[in-house]
Design a protein around this ligand. Structure first.
Ligand SMILES: NC(=O)c1ccc[n+]([C@@H]2O[C@H](COP(=O)([O-])OP(=O)(O)OC[C@H]3O[C@@H](n4cnc5c(N)ncnc54)[C@H](OP(=O)(O)O)[C@@H]3O)[C@@H](O)[C@H]2O)c1
Length: 251
């Protein structure tokens, strides 16, 4: 049995889909009960309350884990005590490139340190910026044709959460990934204006980017890696594919 945390999120929902499609038994950790895809069992639990995870961990061999919760060492200790053998942690490329004062990088570094210290077998998925961050533009696009965005001149090799999930599924179901930290990116580095142009073409709208002042130093998230292709045999999906798949959300 594989437990997916964040199963309602961008990556977790893709992961439960891939695992059930491939015939693996999947359980979703949910905070509040809700309908789940066929074949996915939902069990209540809260990552901020380690003891609450016990029912969801019965019979679980491997966990897909998000970081950033109150007591990750406590949650990992409960997993180990309940018989979990391996964890795949969703991390970020900022752990390598982010400066020491960056809160997001600090959160991911702390999560990786907790997992390393847990005695569980681990794999880290150090992802670049998600294509799904584009969903943040929806309120602006409802109000008009202008998107206001900081870091307008910073290219990012954005990744489709589907591709992160595809690598996560490999790491959870095939051997050879223990102790590996994978840098995962999409196929090309894009500026926000590049993503907006693709979106505008698909929507048939003339959209415009208005740069906002950059809030804090950004790390370099522009380098493209071949890891998704190497591990899944599939090229990472371009932004246009992600945008087409999620176009209804922008209409
Ligand atoms: N966005 C990026 O560019 C980027 C880049 C690298 C890494 N990351 C990392 O990726 C992760 C986010 O992944 P995502 O986009 O797939 O997630 P998401 O869409 O933001 O969804 C978060 C999920 O976590 C669940 N959750 C929140 N608090 C919880 C708790 N206390 N206990 C149990 N579950 C809880 C939510 O469940 P409910 O349905 O109950 O709310 C939801 O399913 C974060 O750790 C982030 O730092 C993001």
């Amino acid at each position: 049995m594989i437990l997916v945390t964040g199963a309602g999120g961008n990556v977790g929902s893709e992961l439960t889909g891939i695992l059930t499609r491939d015939g693996h038994p999947v359980r979703a950790l949910v905070r509040t009960p809700r309908p789940l895809p066929d074949g996915v069992e939902g069990v209540a639990g809260d990552l901020n309350e380690p003891a609450s995870l016990k029912p969801a961990l019965a019979g679980v061999r491997a966990v897909f884990l998000l970081g950033g919760y109150d007591d990750l060492p406590g949650a990992l200790a409960v997993m180990r005590d309940e018989g979990v053998e391996q964890v795949t942690l969703l991390s970020s490329r900022s752990v390598v490139g982010g400066h020491s004062g960056n809160a997001v990088a600090g959160m991911h570094r702390a999560a990786e340190a907790s997992v390393r210290a847990s005695e569980l077998a681990w794999t880290f998925l150090r992802a670049s910026g998600f294509m799904s961050n584009t969903l943040r533009w929806i309120p602006g696009l409802r109000a008009g044709d202008v998107v206001r965005e900081p870091f307008a001149e910073v290219p990012v090799a954005t990744i489709d959460p589907y591709d992160i999930a595809a690598v996560a599924a490999e790491s959870l179901t095939t051997p050879g990934h223990e102790g590996r930290a994978y840098a995962l990116t999409g196929p090309e580095a894009l500026l926000p204006a590049d993503r907006l142009r693709v979106l505008g073409e698909l929507l048939g709208r003339d959209l415009r980017l208005e740069p906002l002042p950059d809030t804090e130093g950004e790390f370099d998230d522009s380098e493209v890696t071949s890891t998704v292709q190497d591990l899944t045999g599939q090229a990472p999906r371009p932004f246009a594919t992600w945008a087409r798949t999620h176009l209804a959300a922008f209409r």
